[in-house]
Ligand binder design. Structure first.
Ligand code: 5AD
Ligand code: SF4
Length: 483
């Protein structure tokens, strides 16, 4: 696919004005950037390097692959080393600790930039959609060269050119957009698996959550564009796709010709070469029987459903604006367990939401005991400025929240272990993903239900689906052998 991007870029005529149509306009600026990068690298007698760090969720990781594609076409060599000619942080702001990590690392970058004044620094992603963050960077982090947000990420080539031509900080943040620009370059992290955005934004406004404010309103991509991307990925060697959206269950609602998520999955299923389909994230209130039916019948949809609970207390769920009760959630999860017994269910839980008491935490623990999640990501509530929950008066003291959190975590770990142990001795297909970080005689693979298994194997197996006997359970993961 790299050749296709390159040809499209080379076809641009820089003696003319930039095209007004997208994505051609961006291919024009990419070509212009390539010239600038080439000239600088000739002056230095070495290639220009770029380090790109992605914080946060799968959506951000996919956005970073798009940034990487543009950087590569512009002539940069991507590196892990932050002492690079260009450093970019694709930020997250879902909880405050994500923001704090960015500020901490910016401090370190400042030191590096003092030694290398040619270094360029760019910030993008969710955190940049917050006015207070921009004010702070303007005031205290003046060495940053370029800031853009989530809605204009497709404009990255044009912004890069502006950055090269200017000595002052470039800031370009859009409030919202209904534009979806297709067909820009992408540089995948893995050759054999890929995310595919099926929708952007979120309309749910859970009262604790900043996402609807920083990612804007829900917009679905057309099924035609999604299928075309999936087909091209399959031709390029991808065997596993992950369909991405803040709430995939409401896919298609804003499209002229309304298509449901279940219908979209049926179409993706038909694509030759694709062997596994995953998706993320499902909102319990929108998960239809139609979807359960499709998952049950499918040969390709993975046996893993991420179904954020957030709280098991109906009172707190209501204050969170989640629009389901404890009982509705439990009924749904148990229905899935009944219909598709080998389906792993994972979840997200927040502890310490305003007004939450230990009795509420006990309700959450009760749900965990009933559903027995294969895995649960537990978070301490983080106050996000501008969300309704931040203005609630009954904020929970950190100590109380931590106590509830510790109690919950113990039950989460026990029940998850119990579920994992059920797989003991089975032979199941695993996608070999990488060489094990600690022991290079081992490969790390992933089962359809998202469980990790380490097994001896040659790196030539990476990207292939192999049968593995699950021999020893280590809590969340297994070790085993291919059969
Ligand atoms: N505080 C703590 N956790 C949060 N999440 C979202 N917003 C907050 C917040 N303000 C968690 C939710 C969500 C996951 C991605 O992050 O559990 O599902
Ligand atoms: Fe936040 Fe709710 Fe949207 Fe998830 S669905 S991102 S929790 S607002």
């Amino acid at each position: 696919m790299n050749d296709e991007y390159r040809l499209r870029m080379e076809a641009q005529d820089l003696t003319k004005e930039p095209p007004t149509d997208e994505p051609d306009r961006q291919y024009y600026f990419m070509k212009k950037c390539r010239g600038i990068v080439k000239k600088k690298s000739e002056e230095l007698g070495r290639p220009l390097t770029c380090s790109l760090t992605s914080f946060g969720c799968q959506m951000n990781a996919r956005d970073s692959e798009k940034l990487a594609g543009i950087l590569k076409q512009s002539g940069y060599v991507l590196t892990e080393d932050e002492n690079a000619d260009f450093v970019i942080y694709n930020t997250c702001t879902v909880r405050d600790n994500a923001n704090q990590r960015v500020y901490g690392r910016l401090g370190v970058l400042n030191g590096l930039k003092k030694k290398n004044p040619h270094m360029k620094i760019a910030l993008c992603g969710c955190m940049m959609q917050e006015g207070a963050v921009i004010d702070k960077i303007r005031k205290s982090y003046r060495f940053v060269d370029l800031i853009f947000g989530t809605h204009n990420i497709f404009k990255f080539p044009e912004l890069l050119c502006t950055m090269f031509e200017s000595d002052s900080m470039i800031i370009d943040i859009w409030e919202d957009t209904n534009q979806i620009v297709e067909d820009l370059p992408v540089e995948r992290k893995y050759l054999f698996k890929s995310g595919i955005n099926i929708m952007f934004g979120c309309n749910n406004f859970c009262s604790y959550c900043i996402v609807p404010y920083v990612r804007g309103r829900e917009r679905s991509r057309s099924p035609k564009d999604i299928i075309r991307e999936a087909e091209r990925l399959a031709k390029d060697g991808v065997v596993e796709v992950m369909l991405l959206g803040q709430n995939v269950n409401s896919y298609g609602r804003n499209l002229e010709e309304s298509v449901s998520f279940a219908e979209l999955l049926r179409e993706v299923e038909k694509i030759d070469g694709l062997e596994r389909i995953r998706f993320m994230t499902s909102h319990p209130k929108d998960l239809s029987d139609g979807l359960i039916e499709v998952m049950k019948e499918s040969k390709k949809i993975c046996r893993h459903l991420h179904l954020p609970l957030q709280s098991g207390s109906t009172r707190i769920l209501q204050a969170m604006n989640r629009r389901y009760t404890k009982e509705q959630y439990v009924d749904l999860a148990l229905k899935i367990r009944r219909e598709i017994p080998d389906m792993a269910i994972t979840t997200d839980i927040i502890v310490g939401f305003p007004g939450e008491t230990m009795a509420d935490v006990e309700e959450t623990i009760d749900v965990v005991r009933q559903v027995k999640f294969e895995n649960a990501f537990t978070f301490l509530y983080s106050k996000r400025t501008g969300t309704p929950a931040a203005a609630m008066e009954n904020q929970v003291p950190e100590e109380t929240a931590k106590e509830g959190f510790a109690r919950l975590l113990r039950v989460v770990q026990d029940t998850a272990r119990e579920r994992a142990a059920l797989l003991q001795g089975q032979v199941l297909p695993a996608l070999a993903e990488e060489v094990n970080g600690q022991d290079d005689s081992l490969l790390t693979g992933r089962l359809s239900n998202n469980t990790i298994v380490h097994f001896p194997g040659d790196r030539s197996l990476i990207g292939r689906i192999v049968d593995v006997r699950l021999e020893e359970c280590h809590g969340f993961y297994y070790t085993g052998h291919t059969v």
